[in-house]
Design a protein around this ligand. Structure first.
Ligand SMILES: Cc1cc2nc3c(=O)[nH]c(=O)nc-3n(C[C@H](O)[C@H](O)[C@H](O)COP(=O)(O)OP(=O)(O)OC[C@H]3O[C@@H](n4cnc5c(N)ncnc54)[C@H](O)[C@@H]3O)c2cc1C
Length: 454
């Protein structure tokens, strides 16, 4: 291990958007901060790669008009003019056909469902979004609720595929509480007559670069390639963090790395706490990104609701952002979530790409292999936490049993949907718990960071 031994009053573990935002809030409030990031570059799940003269996220990213916390951060960094909201088209592939699914009119015409089934779907969704309260619905699996109230036809055609796109093999374990939060937000945003999705011109790299530059100007020390391997406790408090880039000591520590990575580090020093955090499961995601000479379809977001496809969603990015942005190239993600015991977690990337590309002609009959200019496969084992029944009981406190170690992680996003905006909310809340001034961060309608932040 290198000899370096750096000390800072606040040491932040993890340089994803949660860690970087927390670093910004702390430095803005006058604190001296070090951020330890294991990868060669900061950014975590927001990371990008070069394409067509600009950059694109490894994993599809878009934003909602109600993402107040994200808009705040973008504004702080002087990037508001780069945030664009565009109309986004949604579709469902069911019974061998691609059906638009953009709102009530499409629902009324949705051929895979009979008229009574469509009305039942509409009424049950409306009830969930308008009247249900998530706290009272943590015990009921979403699919059980949907089969009972939305009906078998609508659940098989719409809800099950949608949950499988989001949670992969864990779709059966998600409580209806999670859907309540999601529908409520979507309805809020639609009430304003807004069905647009946001994207940052130049990709999230623009936000990362601006945030990193701001952190540097505030004196924040960001150490990349600092994979944390060991935590050292003295008299019950965290004294030092050992990493592949040296040892770092501090007065206070904030962990923003996935709890699945933090728990093994605590195994030696606080096995009881390691076991508590170990109850939070994560699942992985793989995105095969196709660079194409021509489009697959005119739909931005396509849920694949017929069985037998090796992906649940096709997100055709250039149906949101024009291909001219990428030198005329069309870009599409083939997305799939998996449990970390699935062979997909370790399968060679070429095999994943081959298997995902093979069935494309069934979805898009005009597709030809020669349409593909380049293929990239990105994979993560910590795409999201498994928000299963009564997940609120698993959400850890931001105050850990180690008095000078705080925690702000993806588990805190429950019952909301994992997102960049909600990670910023978590960062703001954990900073508040630490007594830092977070006054500038607005509170949008996000349901994240409601639990564990007392
Ligand atoms: C497939 C996919 C699609 C998504 N789509 C959207 C979207 O459309 N809109 C949206 O807003 N959000 C989306 N998100 C969610 C968004 O990317 C996340 O909410 C956000 O990036 C999480 O940030 P984080 O800092 O909490 O975690 P991470 O980004 O995971 O950051 C954690 C950091 O800790 C580091 N780390 C881990 N272990 C160690 C260690 N031992 N030592 C040192 N460092 C370590 C990691 O390298 C990483 O940089 C998507 C995510 C995925 C996976």
């Amino acid at each position: 291990m290198p000899e370096a031994a750096i000390s800072a009053p606040l040491v932040i573990l993890g340089g994803g958007v949660t860690g970087l935002t927390a670093a910004y809030l702390a430095a803005r409030a006058g604190h001296s901060v070090v951020v330890l990031e294991g990868a060669a570059e900061a950014g975590g799940l927001l990371s990008t790669f070069p394409v067509g003269g600009t950059r694109l996220e490894h994993y599809y990213h878009h934003f909602f008009t109600h993402d107040a916390e994200l808009r705040w951060l973008i504004g702080e960094l002087g990037l508001t003019d780069k945030l664009r909201f565009q109309p986004a088209t949604m579709g469902i592939f069911r019974n061998g056909g691609l059906h638009p699914f953009n709102g009530p009119l499409d629902l009324l015409r949705f051929p895979p469902l009979s008229l009574p089934a469509r009305l039942r779907f509409g009424a049950s969704s409306w009830f969930l979004g308008k009247f249900a309260h998530w706290r009272r619905r943590e015990d009921t699996p979403a699919l059980e609720w949907f089969y009972r109230y939305a009906g078998r036809a609508a659940t098989d055609a719409i809800w099950r595929p949608m949950l499988e796109v989001k949670f992969g093999p864990y779709a059966d374990r998600v409580p209806i509480a999670w859907m309540v939060g999601r529908l409520r937000q979507r309805m809020c945003s639609r009430e304003a007559g807004d069905q647009r999705l946001g994207y940052l011109e130049g990709s999230l790299q623009v936000l990362l670069d601006a945030l990193l530059a701001r952190l540097h100007s505030l004196g924040v020390h960001i150490v990349t390639g600092a994979h944390i391997t060991e935590l050292e406790l003295r008299q019950g408090s965290l004294a030092a963090v050992r990493t592949t880039a040296g040892e770092f000591s501090g007065n206070r520590f904030l962990a923003t790395i996935p709890t699945a990575h933090l728990a093994p580090l605590l195994q030696e020093v606080r096995p009881d706490y390691a076991a508590t955090l170990g109850r939070i499961e994560y699942f992985g995601a793989v995105c095969t990104v196709l660079e194409l000479h021509r489009p697959l379809s005119s739909t931005y977001w396509l849920n694949v609701a017929d069985p037998g496809f090796p992906f649940g969603g096709v997100i055709e990015h250039t149906n949101l952002i024009p291909p001219s942005t990428y030198g005329g190239r069309h870009l599409a993600y083939l997305s799939r979530y998996f449990e970390n015991t699935n062979p997909l977690a370790s399968a060679p990337r070429e095999v994943i790409a081959r298997d995902m590309i093979a069935p494309l002609p069934r979805l898009f009959p005009q597709f030809r292999r020669a349409d593909i200019a380049a293929v990239r496969v990105f994979r993560t084992s910590t795409a999201a936490t498994v928000c299963d029944l009564r997940f609120s009981e698993k959400v850890p406190s931001a105050r850990t049993p180690i008095p000078n170690l705080f925690l702000g992680a993806m588990a805190h996003i429950y019952p909301d949907e994992r997102s960049c905006n909600n990670s910023i909310r978590v960062a703001a809340e954990v900073c508040r718990v630490m007594g830092l001034d977070t006054a500038p961060v607005p509170r949008g309608p996000s349901l994240s960071a409601l639990i564990g932040m007392e």
